[in-house]
Design a protein around this ligand. Structure first.
Ligand SMILES: Nc1ncnc2c1ncn2[C@@H]1O[C@H](COP(=O)(O)OP(=O)(O)OP(=O)(O)O)[C@@H](O)[C@H]1O
Ligand SMILES: [Mg+2]
Length: 654
């Protein structure tokens, strides 16, 4: 599940400016939203109070009617007249119960959905400002689920309080008051019963909570497993593991059954308590009232009222334990959401951050220290200047820090030390919006929105016309394949863009950035999913697009960056070589060695496993012949044998 523990509560220390000031504890969180509709809630509470009072006053009205009937000498029409007032009271309470009940219901159906949307809107806004690190640590699906659970939880908790617990409280208090009027000892009996009943119901619900929790986790575990199995159904089929998957599911179902049985068993015990308690109240009131009537302490009217009140109380307080249990669950859902989402925003705009736009695009790393939080630092005092308009290629082994370089420039992470400046301005003093609107990034594995292709491309500049969108698509060599799709530009791309091939997705991402036309352009393996011919074609467009911009190109295929103004060779977070293609070749160092492997446009990716193995098997700075000997031996083609002498195994990479 979420890596950040959702049960521990950490007070919010900083939040992004402009985001809602959501409280970080569940009850205050709910209070925050109640305050926004306070009059509606007050009206609903009043309606519920009147509704419950009317309901519980009906036995009282009934007792007045009975009193009138029993005091009359004989049956007559005149009696009906004499009963006029008690009957009016009876009608008024009956009608009041209906009207106030429906009024409360009417407010509830209007207020509920609005409040849910309101919570969703606020929580989503808050979530949007969480850092890249936070989003990589939490599953998108789990977060989306938390948002909906939290918004449901807020309304459910409130309904539970207003429409269930509050009426119970009213019913108990009014009944006890009425009974007190009849005979104090009747009131004392019901009062003691109520205290015991509520106390025991609460205690039982508390004890049932862990069982209910285990049952519900077991259910979600099953759901999770089914989702995982369905997602990987194609793999299961191709590995002929359909039976295996069913067996795994059976195991999970068995565990679920056990947990659910335990929980249901406990609930059944609770039900035993509730029914017995109800019986005690019914029989007790009847018996005791009868005694009091027998000794002449109360009349028939009070007797009938006492018995019908006890029935009403039982009706109202039925399932109190279950309601407590549900209440714990609702408030638990809110607590989960609050603790997961309402946390400090890790990376925020400084007060007074400048929204100024970038004009030239000069990039400077000044003694940058950065690590992802583990022991290992990626950058240690890295310094580098890239003049405005320079086109720079970034190369190096996998894991050498190229993407990290890009991520820190994008301010997806804050630095541990040093500064990154663009046009002499520290990126931390810019608003993130200002920074990001000036940087165009084409990532290695771009994900698209499940929206039409047109919308996906237009994301680069929302006000672009259809013609401009198509023009960008043409430049990215996406226009033709889009037209071949059944619905063309209106076609949907599937979740994260799964209905497109990797290369097609990349071309959409390129079109989108062409449309954005930012002064700094970053390509992180932007063309890695394209075949060589498409890549070469796009390269020409990209060269066109790069004109007048500062450009960073991360590439494993050196042929795509050889023509750039400058090449930086990364190794273990350091820049070990810096210069033009020709200069670096003349150095006969790391770049030269990489180039020798890939030269003549002979892309090593096209030889099965050949390039990666020797490249990665040589740990930076420790490439001894012995170490190389341990590496998988490449298949020797004729060509290979011919090129071999150009590679000097003794030259280490650092
Ligand atoms: N999100 C992350 N959390 C923790 N460590 C990370 C994270 N991303 C990268 N690293 C680590 O930082 C180091 C540099 O990784 P980086 O992604 O910058 O390499 P790279 O040069 O882009 O590699 P590649 O060529 O494979 O894309 C690696 O050791 C990597 O394991
Ligand atoms: Mg990378």
């Amino acid at each position: 599940m979420t890596s950040a523990s959702s049960t521990t509560h950490q007070p919010v220390q900083q939040r992004a400016p402009g985001t809602p000031v959501l409280p970080d504890t569940p009850f205050r969180f709910i209070g925050y939203f109640v305050a926004q509709f306070r009059w509606w809630y007050a009206a609903m509470l009043a309606a519920e109070t009147l509704n419950a009072t009317c309901g519980i006053m009906i036995p009282y009205a009934l007792s007045r009617v009975i009193k009138g009937v029993t005091s009359a000498q004989e049956q007559s029409l005149a009696l009906i007249d004499a009963l006029h007032v008690p009957l009016m009271i009876f009608f008024a309470f009956s009608i009041g119960e209906v009207l106030f009940g429906r009024l409360a219901g009417g407010i509830q159906i209007r207020l509920g959905p609005r409040q849910r949307q309101n919570v969703t809107r606020h929580v989503y806004h808050y979530l949007q400002h969480h850092s890249h690190r936070y989003l990589s640590n939490n599953f998108a699906g789990a977060l989306a689920h938390r948002i909906s659970e939290t918004s449901m939880g807020v309304t459910q908790t409130l309904w539970s309080l207003i429409t269930e617990f509050w009426p119970i409280f009213i019913v108990f208090s009014v009944s006890i008051a009425l009974l007190y009027g009849a005979h104090p000892s009747l009131a004392a009996f019901v009062f003691i019963w109520a205290v015991l009943f509520i106390g025991i119901s609460y205690a039982l619900a508390r004890r049932a909570q862990p069982y209910a929790f285990k049952a519900s986790s077991a259910r979600s575990e099953t759901t999770g497993q089914v989702v995982d199995s369905v997602t990987n159904l194609a793999s299961a089929r191709l590995f002929a593991r359909l039976g295996h998957e069913r067996a795994l599911l059976d195991e999970t179902l068995k565990r679920e059954l056990k947990a659910v049985r335990t929980s249901n068993g406990y609930s059944e015990r609770v039900r035993w308590f509730q029914f017995s308690a109800a019986a005690v109240l019914k029989i007790g009131t009847l018996y005791y009232a009868l005694q009091l009537w027998g000794s002449g302490e109360i009349g028939v009217a009070e007797f009938v009222m006492a018995v019908s009140l006890s029935l009403l109380i039982i009706n109202e307080a039925r399932n109190l334990s279950r309601r407590f249990l549900e209440f714990f669950e609702f408030i638990g859902n809110v607590a989960n959401g609050v603790h997961t989402i309402v946390r400090s925003h890790e990376l925020i705009d400084q007060p007074g951050a400048s929204p100024a736009t970038i004009r030239d695009g000069r990039i400077e790393f000044r003694q940058v220290d950065f690590g992802y939080g583990g022991e290992r630092r990626v950058f240690d005092s890295l310094s580098l200047t890239i003049p405005a308009g320079q086109r720079v290629g970034l190369v190096g082994f996998s894991g050498s820090g190229k993407s990290t370089f890009v991520s820190t420039l994008l301010r997806l992470y804050d630095l541990d030390g040093g500064q990154i400046l663009i046009d002499g301005v520290d990126i931390r003093t810019m608003t993130q919006d200002a920074l990001h609107s000036q940087l165009g990034l084409i990532p290695q594995d771009p994900t698209l929105f499940h929206r039409s292709l047109r919308e996906n491309i237009r994301y680069g500049r929302l006000e672009a016309s259809d013609a401009e969108v198509e023009d960008a698509a043409r430049k990215a060599h996406a226009h033709d394949f889009i037209l071949q799709l059944r619905e063309g530009y209106a076609g949907m791309v599937g979740e994260r863009g799964v209905k497109l091939s990797g290369g097609q997705r990349q071309r959409i991402a390129i079109a989108r950035v062409i449309l954005k036309d930012a002064p700094i352009l970053i390509l992180d393996e932007a063309t890695s999913s394209l075949d060589s011919i498409t890549e070469r074609a796009i390269q020409e467009t990209l060269d066109e697009v790069m004109k007048g911009k500062t450009v960073l190109v991360v590439a494993h295929r050196l042929s795509t960056i050889a023509h750039l103004d400058r090449i930086l060779v990364f190794d273990d977070g350091r820049i070990v070589e810096d210069g033009s293609h020709a200069e670096l070749l003349a150095l006969r160092g790391a770049y030269w060695r990489l180039w020798s492997k890939q030269s003549d446009g002979f892309l090593p990716e096209s030889i099965d496993g050949e390039p990666k193995a020797p490249l990665e098997a040589v740990p930076a700075g420790s490439a001894t012949p012995a170490a190389s000997a341990g590496a998988p031996k490449p298949v020797e083609t004729g060509e290979e044998a011919e090129r071999k002498p150009r590679i000097d195994p003794d030259v280490s990479f650092a």
